[in-house]
Design a protein around this ligand. Structure first.
Ligand SMILES: NC(=O)c1ccc[n+]([C@@H]2O[C@H](COP(=O)([O-])OP(=O)(O)OC[C@H]3O[C@@H](n4cnc5c(N)ncnc54)[C@H](OP(=O)(O)O)[C@@H]3O)[C@@H](O)[C@H]2O)c1
Length: 295
């Protein structure tokens, strides 16, 4: 039997879809078509992926390949899959792939019912633009979720082709997995915004505030890399400095700072978990009591 040749189609020519197409093409893979919504995004795709069919017609694009990536916004993946299936752009034996961290394989079920193999490959990384994604996809960890061993092996190979590091993820664990990613990435940005606002309160322009904070963040990330979470923790909780903590909490007690007080007390509880190895049990209990008082 002749070896099957993968012909890749991308539906959703944004940051991730365009970068994936670019990487696959540079690896010598056949990328045949990209469908996207607006002329603007199609023009962007043309800069990064050469000699392909560019169209706003999802079904037309889908018919050009046997491996279809759906890289639209998450909320549109299920409808896009339905359009592909009802337009007969998906056949038995095709592969349908999405790259969402939050969604399971249920959004691709109409294709699975036709005999297509479905996979989710999620890069544990953040991409602000196509160039950044082209650089950062290789080397990223990818969570790979499929429904059977053969598709799992195929999807893991696909991730390696993209330069990624595949890690199997059970479908039932996807939501918790995605919560971990949101906490590590998006909520870190929200935390930096909170710190920026505090510095604005003492008169710093917000850009100056962020520039002042970034070396601290980078230093912390460096410590995390070298030492891990427990040893990277510094500051009043790590030192058991209850006097400093009390001053902070009193300062945050004002009505206009009550949101920050909630964040400060709940994250300090997690920090206390990490400090337990170095701070005496009785001091940890005192700190916990103090934090609970302000929670
Ligand atoms: N960005 C990240 O950091 C990141 C990280 C990991 C995983 N992901 C996942 O990657 C996937 C794509 O995310 P992204 O960041 O690349 O999104 P994005 O940059 O917003 O791109 C989505 C693209 O889909 C197109 N689109 C919208 N509706 C469409 C439709 N009905 N038919 C065809 N194309 C349509 C949009 O076109 P227009 O621009 O013309 O509207 C846009 O080009 C998502 O599942 C996301 O969860 C993203």
């Amino acid at each position: 039997m002749a070896k099957r040749v993968d012909r890749f189609v991308i539906i959703g020519g944004g940051r991730v879809g365009t970068a994936v197409g670019n990487i696959l093409q540079r690896k010598g893979e056949k990328v045949t078509a990209v469908a996207s919504r607006s002329d603007e995004s199609l023009k962007q795709v043309a800069k990064h992926i050469k000699d392909i069919v560019l169209t706003s017609d999802v079904v037309k694009a889908g018919k050009k390949g046997n491996v279809i990536f759906i890289t639209t916004p998450d909320d549109l993946i299920a409808d896009t899959c339905l359009s592909l299936v009802s337009g007969q752009a998906v056949k038995k034996g095709d592969h349908l792939v999405h790259m969402s961290g939050a969604l399971g394989l249920d959004v691709l079920e109409p294709a699975e019912e036709l005999g297509a193999m479905t996979a989710s490959i999620h890069p544990l990384q953040t991409f602000a633009d196509v160039r950044g994604a082209v650089k950062a996809i290789p080397g990223s960890v990818f969570a790979v979720t499929t429904r059977d061993e053969a598709t799992q092996a195929w999807a893991e190979e696909l991730v390696r082709k993209l330069g990624g590091d595949p890690v199997p993820l059970a479908e039932k664990d996807k939501t918790l997995y995605h919560i971990g990613a949101v906490v590590a990435c998006n909520l870190l940005v929200a935390l930096e915004h909170a710190a920026e606002l505090v510095y604005q309160e003492i008169g710093m322009h917000h850009e100056r505030a962020l520039n002042a904070l970034l070396p601290l963040v980078e230093g912390t990330v460096g410590n995390l890399k070298r030492l891990g979470t427990e040893k990277a923790l510094t500051g009043p909780v790590a030192r058991g400095d209850i006097g400093v903590l009390r001053r902070h909490l009193e300062c945050l007690e004002q009505e206009e700072r009550k949101e920050l007080l909630k964040v400060y007390t709940s994250l300090s509880m997690y920090a206390l978990d990490l400090a337990e190895a170095d701070v005496s049990k009785s001091r940890c209990e005192e700190i916990e009591e103090l934090l609970l008082h302000y929670s």
